[in-house]
Design a protein around this ligand. Structure first.
Ligand code: GLA
Length: 371
């Protein structure tokens, strides 16, 4: 077992990037801020397009089994649609990704209230989270894109001036790496992630229910009706939440399981099985394979303790995506690497507190191949 774990571990600096990056305009926000679109290409023809609005990945082209490139992320054609959108397509999420119960938490004895925007709860950083902000971009020599956002003390109710830097790197191994760094001048809570919706057949090409999904997790977090974890860590064994050996979401999504009913499908945090290794070590969190038309495979490596596997349950066809394609329910899936939802109110969960002098530093990689 130990040996097997070592084989899925990698050191970060092993895969170098030799990508090119180009900038173009993506329009202006309603209040006049210019938004740029960066196109990153690696030496293998893989291409990522990222906008400075929300740091969103708006297009990601990866090869299928014949080598043909296809765009596998859901998104819109225009900035206005990103600004109005409620699905967080491709965006960076902060300050607190996922939910905080009733928008309330206590930190060092002080009570904080953050806006409630999802039933009774706070979701994905508030009314205007990091997904609805314009980030400052810098092109790095290796063709990577560095995005910086300075979130002011009190913004969306969170304490402390927070400086966040996210770097997107495309390597010649067809890996998209996202590196998140943040510091604060007051204690705060932080949970950054990326909210890309993937469809390995191609964005807008039907649903993802037949993708073969493996999640490296023995436990998941059951939720209440507002999708807040109850605090219980439940074994996946014998439940429709067992994805340890590769199953399609479609197979069990309609089973009469109370947790599937509450989530309206899969919309839960799995607790990743992680070897006890040092910082900078990533381990395999998820593997998704589209065995039908494309043969595309995506592997997710991270140093985060959890992953939200969401099967696009709230997509309902009202979102018209790129090229006018309609995104119906389950048109995409998300694998949001993260800390557990509602951690600020759950002392038994790994801490999401960031203090002055500390550095938040985390990495997730999406590795693409086809067979
Ligand atoms: C996350 C949540 C879902 C949903 C989406 C956005 O994945 O867990 O419940 O809110 O974001 O629609």
């Amino acid at each position: 077992m130990r040996f097997k774990l070592f084989s899925i571990l990698t050191l970060l600096p092993l895969t170098m990037s030799a990508a090119t990056i180009q900038k173009s305009d993506f329009g202006k926000t309603a209040d006049g801020a210019a938004v740029a679109l960066y196109t990153i290409k690696n030496g293998k023809g893989m291409e990522a397009k990222i906008i400075t609005y929300g740091g969103a990945i708006v297009s990601l082209k990866t090869p299928d089994r014949t080598g043909a490139m296809g765009d596998i992320v859901l998104g819109y054609d225009t900035l206005a649609e990103y600004a109005a959108g409620k699905s967080y397509f491709g965006a960076l999420i902060g300050r607190y990704g996922n939910r905080i119960a009733h928008g309330k938490f206590t930190l060092d004895g002080k009570a904080y209230s953050v806006p409630v925007n999802n039933g009774e709860n706070a979701l994905h950083g508030g009314i205007r989270g990091f997904d609805k902000r314009v980030w400052t971009a810098r092109e790095l020599p290796d063709g990577a894109l560095e995005l910086t956002y300075k979130s002011k003390d009190g913004e969306e109710g969170y304490p402390g001036n927070l400086a966040a830097t996210v770097t997107y790197t495309l390597t010649d191994a067809n890996t998209l790496r996202i590196h998140y760094i943040a510091t604060t001048d007051k204690p705060t809570v932080l949970n950054l992630t990326n909210h890309s919706y993937f469809n390995l057949k191609g964005a807008g090409d039907g649903d993802i229910l037949g993708h073969l999904v493996t999640l490296n997790a023995d436990e998941y977090l059951p939720v209440d009706a507002g999708l807040i974890p109850t605090g219980e860590l439940r074994l996946v064994d014998g439940t429709p939440f067992d994805f340890r050996h590769g199953r399609t979401p479609g197979e069990r999504i309609s089973q009469p399981d109370q947790q599937l009913k509450l989530g309206n499908g899969y919309d839960h945090n799995w607790i990743l099985n992680r070897p006890e290794m040092g910082p900078g070590m990533l381990s395999l969190a998820a593997r998704v394979e589209e065995t039908g038309v494309s043969g595309r495979i995506m592997e997710v490596y991270t140093d985060q303790p959890g992953i939200q596997f969401y099967t696009g349950n709230f997509l309902d066809g009202t979102d018209k995506g790129k090229g006018g394609k309609v995104y119906n329910q389950h048109a995409g899936f998300c694998v949001e690497t993260q800390h557990y939802p509602d951690s600020p109110n759950k002392p038994s969960f790994p801490s999401t507190i960031l203090r002055p002098g500390q550095k938040y530093d985390t990495t997730t990689e999406f590795r693409f191949s086809a067979k």
